[in-house]
Design a protein around this ligand. Structure first.
Ligand code: ATP
Ligand code: MG
Length: 604
């Protein structure tokens, strides 16, 4: 699989690429074996040399829809695997029994695949569920107890918190810390067998209560929690803590480079401690995976907290998880962003150790870079007013329609032409007519008096791909609103005919013929939030919503779009990039979403 970023001359390198390249050069992982599925040291040792040069993983917790930050992580992990002859595992981190739902599992699978990635390699489907590792995790817990590296703590939650200390104060040892391995094993089994109530005890690693890194002050490994798990049902009443489970998941899957966001930097010493202990016990294959952290993506005008996104959906501030204003992958898709544009965006924003905010305009720039070459052109009128060519019948013949054509794409002659008709009446943009033109306005305006009193003719413009017309005035309603713009056709000036250049005009306007235009609902989306860093200040993020994030208009599109299919994308000349809505277009209703304008209007 190649990505558009491979062809991007500006493809940036990043520290993760450098680490992987150094490991490949030094053969750090060259001697690894792969047992054909996740497993312990013996399982992998029995398998052949690993055909994958590196293994990465994308490990979402199935507790919500994926957002643009996850897209970045997906592109990074699957992209690195692709670029270095490796494999990226799709892993559902479903060790927490409380919050997971099948709807989320399905949407996550769909989002990753839509972005252009798959998890089948060398004939194996690398789709894994962390909850399938519960048996091994418990075995690892018993091993740690037996080796004197873990103990069952039965302090109250309050005492445990108080004895942890803080940044300035070392912690205090638990009174249960010096129990013998045999005693601890009996208590761990009592936990597992349901002999203790929820919260009565936890299994803790025995490391160092005085460590300056609070994460090494005997972190919890298992807690008692009577909850039904979607995969394992009621088989367990103890569940592993994330910090214990995650390194083990990586090691069972023979992950080489475990990439996560910076919040986990302080967990790395425990990640290494745990995997070293389990390698000593020959439970897990060596060499162990290594964790690397990069700064999470923060995108201006966007919220990337699953909890807040859920609130927007639950409280009806948006139409659903796939509302085209949502930064979910489902929302970006419905809005009309392409997988390739998101990949380009992810590559260009790189991976770094330094956090910060990425300007939203980068996503639109990537979209334009992708669609400029790929999207067929079309004309559309979004704010229509009728233009009547009053001398049409005399010049062209009564009721006559004249066929016009235009290239589907200016750089792809082989795509052929689009065809449409011009007649006595056409739709134009309301803003293309000005009764009193401001300086520099070259579009339609009526005859007016010059400085020395003589009458100057109305302005001439070309109807793009059609004829030159001269504005003669406008009809208005009782309130002074323009109801029709009036013009006359200048004979023998049609585009592509010998007379086309006989009249020079400064203005060219887009239009669609009243006879064959297709009425369509056009949804003009703007940023969902009115402030660049929503949810970061004291204000409730809901008060930062942009009240004008959606404007729905009824416009007209050219006849070639009559049979547009859901998710077909176009450049509407002058207006930007639009997509036929995934849901409504499929239901037979012509609806186009604006993905992005022709030029950047963000931050202005
Ligand atoms: P949230 O805080 O929105 O719930 P999360 O980090 O808890 O997100 P996970 O399901 O645990 O969500 O994330 C799966 C992967 O996606 C993790 O490896 C995580 O580091 C990565 N990820 C999540 N958010 C971002 C982001 N904003 N930028 C980059 N990577 C991200
Ligand atoms: Mg998480």
């Amino acid at each position: 699989m190649t990505s558009p970023a491979d062809k991007d001359p500006n493809k940036p390198t990043n520290f993760l690429r450098q680490i992987i390249e150094a490991d490949l050069q030094q053969g750090t992982y060259a001697a690894r074996h792969w047992g054909g599925s996740p497993g312990d040291a013996a399982h992998h040792a029995a398998g052949p040399a690993d055909p994958a040069r590196v293994r990465l993983r994308f490990p979402p917790e199935p507790n919500g829809y994926l957002h643009v930050g996850h897209a970045k992580s997906i592109c990074l992990n699957f992209g690195l695997a692709r670029d270095y002859g490796g494999v990226c595992h799709m892993r559902f981190d479903d060790t927490n029994p409380e919050k997971e739902e099948q709807e989320y599992v399905d949407s996550i699978r769909e989002s990753v695949q839509w972005l252009g990635y798959g998890w089948t390699a060398n004939g194996t489907e690398h789709l894994y569920y962390a909850s399938n590792y519960f048996d091994f995790m418990y075995r690892a817990a018993e091993y740690l107890v037996e080796a004197g590296h873990a103990y069952v703590d039965e302090q109250s939650a309050d005492d445990m918190r108080a004895n942890r200390g803080d940044f300035n104060t070392p912690g205090k040892n638990s009174p249960f810390r010096d129990r013998t391995p045999a005693e601890n094993l009996a208590r761990l089994r009592a936990m597992k067998n349901g002999e203790l109530p929820d919260g009565a005890a936890v299994l803790r690693a025995k490391i160092d209560m005085a460590s300056p890194n609070i994460n090494l002050r005997d972190p919890a490994l298992y807690r008692i929690r009577r909850a039904t798990h979607h995969n394992t049902g009621d088989a367990w009443c103890i569940y592993p803590m994330y910090t214990f489970a995650h390194p083990i998941e990586d090691a069972l899957e023979q992950i080489t480079h475990s990439i996560c966001t910076l919040e986990f930097e302080d967990q790395r010493p425990f990640y290494d401690w745990l995997l070293e202990r389990l390698a000593e016990g020959k439970l897990l294959a060596a060499p162990p995976p290594r964790q690397y952290e990069f700064a999470r993506l923060n995108l201006t005008y966007v919220i990337t907290s699953k909890r807040k996104l859920k609130q927007l959906v639950d409280e009806g501030h948006v139409s659903g998880w796939d509302d085209p204003r949502m930064p979910t992958i489902a929302g970006l898709r419905r809005r009309g962003y392409t997988p390739e544009a998101i990949q380009l965006f992810a590559e260009r924003t790189g991976a770094s150790k330094a956090g910060g905010w990425i300007d939203y305009s980068n996503l639109d720039i990537a979209l334009r870079d992708d669609l400029d070459e790929k999207a067929p052109r079309a004309m559309a009128v979004l704010d229509p007013v009728k233009l009547v060519i009053t001398n049409w019948d005399d010049v062209m013949g009564e009721g006559k329609l004249d066929a016009c054509s235009a290239p589907k794409h200016p750089h792809h002659a082989d795509w052929g032409q689009r065809h449409f008709q011009i007649g006595r009446e056409v739709w134009i943009e309301r803003t293309d007519y000005e009764e009193t033109p401001p300086k520099g306005f070259f579009r339609l305006f009526p005859p007016r008096q010059g400085v020395d009193g003589q009458m100057l003719p109305g302005n001439k413009v070309r109807l793009k791909y059609g004829h030159v017309i001269e504005c003669t005035g406008a009809n208005k309603d009782a309130d002074g609103n323009v109801t029709e713009v009036l013009a006359t056709i200048v004979p023998d000036t049609k585009s592509g005919t010998p007379g086309a250049d006989s009249v020079k005009v400064k203005g060219v306007i887009t239009w669609v013929g009243a006879a064959d235009a297709v009425p369509a609902e056009i949804r003009l989306y703007d940023r969902l939030f009115a402030v660049p860093q929503p949810g970061t200040g004291d204000a409730d993020f809901l008060t930062e919503l942009n009240p004008n994030s959606l404007k729905v208009v009824t416009g007209y599109v050219e006849t070639s779009l009559a049979d547009a299919k859901a998710e077909d994308r176009f450049q509407f000349e002058r207006h930007g990039y639009f997509v036929a809505d995934r849901k409504d277009q499929a239901a037979g209703k012509p609806v186009f979403n604006r993905v992005a304008g022709m030029k950047d209007s963000w931050g202005k």
